[in-house]
Design a protein. Structure first.
Lengths: 226, 226
């Protein structure tokens, strides 16, 4: 009975996620659900990304955190609109929280929505928020065995960012082995090796983001013309 | 209503945790519930610890993992008994899983039980397993802001291990700031800065462990004599 209830909760969440997706698609907004362990460098990655693109695109940010607003404060300067969600100890964002956040955002003046999920490699992967894509961030010091050990997220992510590449010389991270394992788990994922701190590889990630912003915009325009 | 059910589940878990605690205390077994983010280095820390003490103490290990048995295979060689729990996607161990594992262990011939929880800084902190102490492992590359951002675990942990100290020169980790924040969140926690990889600081952690093994043994002997 407990299991059935858990499934119901996930089912209700998925329906709400689909509602969010419909709203976001109509507005032609690329929406990325960024998921990683605590401390994999999501916020630094987003800071650098948004700083580099803020004259080109208006970013809306939904910032998930257990209690604090530390990350939101770091991203505020580079975003057109930002909504902080404090989950008060809950280990993931759900679609209802995102629906409420979207109501507070000027969707017509945005190009991209970034959802920075709670730092957790397990639970957020199970909750569809209405995003266009999930983006997994794995940091080098976490170890190259993580995709195999936490496959849910890595199976679903459209892009996997291997961050903190500047720490490769100081760790035992097996980069070719990790990429090989990722390819087995998820053959279609874009794999990007970056260091948000030094800037290494960031052009490639930003290029991927730009291509997808444009594709979603074009899809939405085509649908309007039909 | 959903919230009430969640509380009930936690309540049931706590009762089962108390049952485990009673069994473990009677046997005079120090039981540590080791919790961290994925990739903070729990398994390496335990490998080095158990290798160093295995001629002195018999270690029982309960190894929590979503799907794989990679960590259990690494620890098998140094443990007297090991039970693998695959949670099949569940984000934490609960007291019932541990109760079943304890039934499969030769408790009378053990000195210490190590429970390596699922890599997750959020959910495992809420589920009491019957442990003597929770031990939090925070790794340097995760960043010094983590205790403030994920306070549940750090509030409750009797020891906080700051691992991967060998990476301090290559990151922005603010060690004095982190220790200060930890002291505010949890004044009684033992804070140990170590590198399981290079061995730095491991003597202090192993010393802490030994003192506690002895104390629990003495307590249990006293109770038997009364």
């Amino acid at each position: 009975m407990k299991v059935i209830l858990a499934r119901d909760l996930l089912g209700v969440n998925t329906v709400k996620g689909e509602n969010n997706r419909e709203i976001l698609e109509k507005k032609g907004l690329l929406t990325l659900n960024i998921i990683s362990s605590p401390g994999a460098g999501k916020t630094t990655l987003l800071e650098v990304t948004m700083k580099s693109l803020k004259n080109k695109y208006n970013f809306g940010v939904i910032e998930g955190d257990l209690y604090t607003s530390r990350d939101a404060l770091r991203l505020e300067e580079h975003s057109h609109a930002i909504v902080q969600i404090n989950t008060c100890g809950m280990c993931h964002l759900n679609a209802d929280m995102v629906a409420r956040a979207l109501k507070d955002m000027p969707l017509d003046s945005l190009d991209v929505i970034i959802i920075e999920n709670v730092g957790n490699l397990v639970c957020p992967a199970a909750f569809y928020l209405g995003e266009t894509f999930k983006v997994a961030v794995l940091s080098v010091p976490e170890g190259s065995d993580k995709p195999a050990k936490y496959p849910e997220l890595f199976k679903e992510a459209r892009a996997v960012i291997i961050n903190k590449s500047d720490l490769l010389p100081y760790t035992d991270f097996d980069l070719p082995g990790c990429v090989k394992e990722l390819r087995q788990i998820n053959p279609r994922a874009e794999i990007l090796v970056v260091s948000a701190r030094t800037g290494e590889g960031m052009d490639q990630w930003i290029g991927w983001l730009e291509v997808n912003v444009q594709q979603i915009k074009q899809l939405s325009t085509k649908e309007c013309l039909q």
